[in-house]
Write a protein that binds this ligand. Structure first.
Ligand code: AMP
Length: 496
């Protein structure tokens, strides 16, 4: 189980750095002792076993608090500082108003309910330093919920995905050997980009901590200062990289992002959105000795359930890049074009939301508990290919159109590095299709827009060729580091 593996790291290398962030760093020994102390406090002072909300960004206290919760037999629920007050209030309501909130960062009083049970940063630091101990008998069991991550939920209240200790252990067991054997990863350094409230971060946090590696956390503030970002990354001498493809694109925009900056890089891991060929090819060119690994999975199945190293053949293949073969212990079936997931990393459901759980999870007669991903896909042999969100399917002038299909055809055109296609609405009806393109070759002028349209006309029926084409230097990103499609849609609404 997860804590046993982290304990091995702490026993083997107590003086090795476990986590580094802009605020400093802590060793495995310190991580273990401080989380023991905080766990002992929770055990002795908190009368309920509700999940504990842990608020902050990349502070070292966040990771300490995650482990402390698990050691005291409680789930944790990470809440990033970028979340709005409204969303935080929703989360507190769903978790339960008696839930304890550990804050690892400064906070605005207004975001918390009046009677919230807050342990503020100073107090948390003091408790961590107090030196308490906790018995292993208090630790979470295999079926207990380890963490709860709230997903955005396009409408209504966000959903709290519960992930058990067993789910997380099954994931870490697989991810440890992904893209290279675990023995080679020991003592290496992992780059963490994703906020801890985004499940992509599970890949770097737990693969790193269970393999005695160093977690090098990149703060969001660094993303707006390229020079500082690259300096910080270089300082970490990373071996492994976990991010969204969008974040890698942001870094690739700088020529200095190459193997002189990071000579030890062994593998880049991606998840959360489509990895396009241009990104993978540029990484292979700039880092010839590093593997590029594409992984796929929703939060509901613990971060990722498929993965593959991208090969030169895959880059030459006219199809989009595959998302990989299926992790042992996971089952994937394609039903009516939809990817259905079952197996040992599948969440038991959404916190305090039986209705939504029932809508998304099901048990086929005589079959296994399974999850509707809402993603379209197909297998070629044992390799899975992603075909976009089922809800990215639109009806336009009566035609059924896959927006992701337009995107992959755009990216197959010479000179197009990235593409995102969104519908524009007028009074609830789709009035246009708009394509946003990042390109080093084209300018935002009529002739170049025509070239793109003509290129698409050779590949797609006319009704799928977007009327609006916009070139941009970079896409807006969500707090999690994915392409912000809602922001793109807003730009279109404003000009439409
Ligand atoms: P989240 O639960 O926020 O991690 O989002 C999961 C969704 O991100 C999946 O259901 C997919 O739609 C998308 N996704 C994850 N990984 C990939 C990938 N490698 N390629 C394309 N889409 C992905």
């Amino acid at each position: 189980m997860i804590l046993d593996r982290i304990k091995e790291s702490a026993d083997d290398a107590p003086l090795q750095t476990a986590v580094h962030s802009l605020q400093g760093e802590i060793t495995y020994g310190e991580l273990w002792d401080r989380s023991d102390s905080l766990a002992a406090y929770l055990d002795g002072n908190i009368g309920n076993h509700l999940p504990v909300i842990v608020y902050g960004h990349k502070d070292l206290l966040m990771i300490i608090a995650f482990l402390a919760c698990a050691k005291s037999g409680r789930a944790y629920c990470p809440v990033d500082t970028s979340m709005s007050g409204e969303r935080i209030a929703d989360i507190v309501n769903t978790v339960g108003e008696a839930a304890v909130i550990i804050t690892a960062d400064e906070y605005d009083e207004k975001v918390w309910p009046e009677n919230a049970r807050l342990i503020d940063k100073k107090q948390t630091e003091k408790i961590c330093a107090a030196g308490g101990t906790i018995s292993e008998s208090e630790w979470l069991g295999g079926d207990d919920v380890f963490y709860i991550i709230f997903t955005s939920g396009s409408t209504g209240r966000p959903k709290g995905v519960q992930i058990t200790n067993g789910n997380l252990s099954a994931f870490a067991e697989w991810s440890s050997d992904l893209g290279g054997p675990r023995a080679e990863k020991r003592h290496g350094t992992y780059i963490n980009q994703a906020p801890f409230s985004f499940d992509l971060s599970v890949m770097d946090i737990y693969t790193s901590l269970t393999n005695c590696c160093r977690l090098w956390c990149v703060e969001k503030s660094l993303q707006s200062d390229h020079e500082a970002l690259l300096r910080y990354i270089k300082q970490g001498c990373p071996d492994y990289w976990v991010s969204t493809p969008s974040f890698a694109n942001l870094c690739l925009a700088d020529r200095e992002f190459n193997d002189e900056l990071m000579p030890d890089m062994k593998a880049f891991y991606f998840c959360g959105e489509t990895l396009n060929k241009d990104t993978a090819a540029r990484l292979r060119e700039r880092f010839p000795r590093a593997a590029v690994v594409n992984t796929y999975g929703p939060t509901e199945s613990t971060c990722a359930v498929t993965g593959t190293v991208i090969t030169a053949e895959m880059l030459k293949d006219p199809r989009p890049l595959p998302i990989g073969t299926v992790k042992p212990g996971t089952g994937i079936a394609i039903c009516n074009n939809e990817i259905i997931i079952s197996g040992d990393s599948l969440s038991p459901g959404y916190l305090n939301d039986p209705q939504k759980t029932q809508a998304a999870f099901f048990t086929a007669e005589g079959g296994e508990r399974s999850y509707h991903t809402g993603d379209a896909g197909h297998f070629d042999g044992d390799m899975l290919y992603y075909e976009g969100r089922i809800d990215m399917q639109i009806k336009y002038h009566g035609y059924r159109i896959e927006l992701s299909d337009i995107e992959s055809n755009l990216m197959a055109l010479d000179g197009v590095s990235e593409a995102a296609v969104v519908p524009a609405f007028r009074e609830d009806r789709i009035s246009n299709i708009a394509a946003f393109i990042v390109s080093g070759k084209y300018q935002d002028v009529f002739e170049d827009r025509q070239k793109i349209r003509n290129g698409l006309r050779d590949r797609l029926p006319g009704y799928m060729v977007p009327k609006i084409i916009k070139f941009t230097d970079a896409f807006p990103m969500t707090g999690n580091g994915k392409i912000d499609r809602k922001a793109l849609q807003k730009i279109i609404q404003e000009v439409d």
